[in-house]
Ligand binder design. Structure first.
Ligand code: NAD
Length: 493
């Protein structure tokens, strides 16, 4: 069953980078699914733009193959209708030639809403926006979507944001972080602010630690050229993990108004305690995968003899504000880990006193787990009485909810939600430039401290849970176990 959806105004979406991995694997399938659901109004167009000199028929063939892969259940009739909406325009966006033709293609549909989706290498964003403006394509009907990464530090991000901001007002710039489009992340808002149960407990007095884990089982694969010199901190923590941290830690916004939500997120980023110099050695662990059960090592994959690029990072962050003083936020992400899983785990404090004799060791503090992927869902860990036992024997039990089961609906892919939010003009789940700036300002000193030391990232075998040093670090004082704890302890499926 599909979620009920509202039909939207007619629009054109121009995807720069229309032959790329993201376009074929995520953007076109997301648009197709919304089309099948009747949400894309008749007459709307999707126009791929890329350097490859393809005919329209050849582009549609490529798109069809990609859609069949991504949506195997696709109805052939609907697929044909959708493909008929697809246009293609070959253009080197880094040069001035060919823009008049693109402009003619765009304006053929009058002044309807026009979304420019920038899915090219980010180094092209500034020139691309300048050329959109030079060709009169940045009028009030135009919106622009920026894919990550926006820069590799605060300075380069400011340069991109400045160049895009010179052409489009902030209200028409949509910086995408697809983690924010995931149902579980929005459900975090529903859980926190649509119920009275959690908010009174959502602070340092009741919460002992928060762990945010994004584990990938894949290596860098064909993205080695991009990844080398970037690393997990810039690729994942600066955007996805910090955005998730914002959603967990922000104060209740006065409303769901985009400005209200973004203001609260920004306050979280600005409350992050800086990690500098020796803090970085104490509170962060970098790793790089070597050949192991799951395959080749990073160096073999990128074809180099040496590299200091980290493919794993675990760090302990802290927020300097009243609500969260003293609560560690463990952020952990890595490639070539045993599973692909993204999770937020909130551990509450232990009960202050047990009235159950003889079961102290078995008393597990309450734990709230929010699973982003796979199988989005929520689990609340409680203590319960073991049935048929003599006396009071307690055991940990859990309340589980997977969204697919709870509502009988297929959870939408994050891009389905976010692409149509752009059409709706709703920037709530997109990042303001100030958030990008604040996130980089926290990341930059960590990168600088890593650059200043001779130590390279710790090795971990492909298919293991990261370097052993991270296990000790993530749970100080406990014997090393198969961490990340968030990953180990989840069985939602
Ligand atoms: P890709 O290398 O597969 O595709 C790049 C696309 O850009 C191709 O269509 C190519 O023709 C086009 N392009 C490159 N230079 C061009 C030029 N001068 N003129 C016109 N077109 C040009 O890359 P991708 O994986 O699709 O990623 C696209 C963007 O999305 C990048 O910014 C990337 O960082 C970001 N991103 C990708 C993913 C993913 O899963 N692939 C995830 C998150 C973010």
């Amino acid at each position: 069953m599909e979620a009920p959806s509202l039909s939207l105004q007619t629009f054109d979406m121009v995807i720069f980078g229309g032959t790329g991995d993201l376009a074929f694997r995520k953007l076109l399938p997301a648009l197709f699914r919304r089309f099948v659901d009747g949400q894309i109004a008749g007459g709307s167009r999707v126009i791929g733009v890329a350097r490859e000199p393809l005919t329209l028929a050849a582009y549609r063939d490529l798109a069809e193959a990609a859609l069949r892969r991504a949506v195997p259940e696709a109805d052939p009739g609907q697929l044909r209708h959708f493909l008929n909406r697809l246009g293609y325009h070959a253009l080197d966006v880094g040069a001035d030639a060919g823009w008049t033709d693109l402009s003619a293609v765009c304006t053929a549909s009058g002044s309807r809403l026009r979304v420019f989706y920038l899915s090219t290498p980010p180094a092209l964003y500034a020139g691309l926006c300048r050329r959109l403006a030079a060709n009169g394509l940045n009028g009030p009907e135009a919106r622009v979507v920026l894919e990550k990464p926006i820069g590799h530090d605060a300075k380069s991000a400011a340069a991109i944001n400045g160049a895009v901001g010179a052409v489009f007002p902030e209200a028409r710039i949509f910086r995408i972080d697809h983690y924010l489009g995931k149902e579980t992340v929005q459900n975090l808002l529903a859980l926190r602010f649509g119920n009275v149960l959690f908010e009174p407990l959502w602070n340092a007095a009741h919460i002992a630690r928060v762990q945010i884990t994004v584990a990938e089982d894949m290596g860098v694969g064909t993205r080695g050229a991009y990844y080398e010199g970037v690393g997990a901190l810039r690729d994942m923590v600066q955007n996805h993990l910090l955005q998730l941290l914002c959603m967990v830690a922000m104060e209740p916004p006065a409303s769901l108004d985009p400005e209200a939500v973004r203001t609260e997120k920004l306050k979280v980023l600005r409350a992050l305690q800086p990690l500098r110099g020796s803090d970085v050695a104490r509170l962060t662990v970098r790793g790089q995968y070597t050949a192991g059960a799951a395959g080749a090592g990073y160096l073999q994959e990128i074809g180099r003899a040496a590299s200091r690029t980290e493919t794993f990072v675990a760090l302990r962050a802290a927020l300097g504000n009243w609500r969260w003083a003293g609560v560690p936020f463990y952020l952990c992400t890595g490639k070539r880990l045993p599973e692909r899983v993204s999770e937020i785990v909130v551990d509450f404090h232990a009960i202050p006193h047990s009235i159950f004799p003889g079961v102290e060791g078995a008393m597990a503090p309450n734990r709230l787990m929010l699973r982003l992927q796979p199988h989005e869902g929520i689990r609340l860990g409680l203590m319960g009485k073991y049935p048929d036992s003599d006396g009071m024997q307690l055991r940990p039990v859990s309340l589980d909810m997977t969204f697919a089961d709870a509502f009988g609906l297929r959870p939408r892919d994050a891009y389905e939600r976010l692409l149509l939010d752009v059409v709706r003009g709703d920037p709530t789940l997109f990042m303001h430039r100030d958030e990008i700036d604040a996130a980089w300002r926290w990341i930059d000193p960590i990168e600088e401290a890593w650059d200043a030391v001779v130590e390279a990232p710790f090795a971990y075998a492909a298919g293991s849970w990261g370097p052993p040093e991270a296990r000790l670090f993530l749970r100080p004082g406990e014997s090393p176990g198969p961490l990340p704890a968030a990953v180990r302890s989840t069985t939602l499926n």
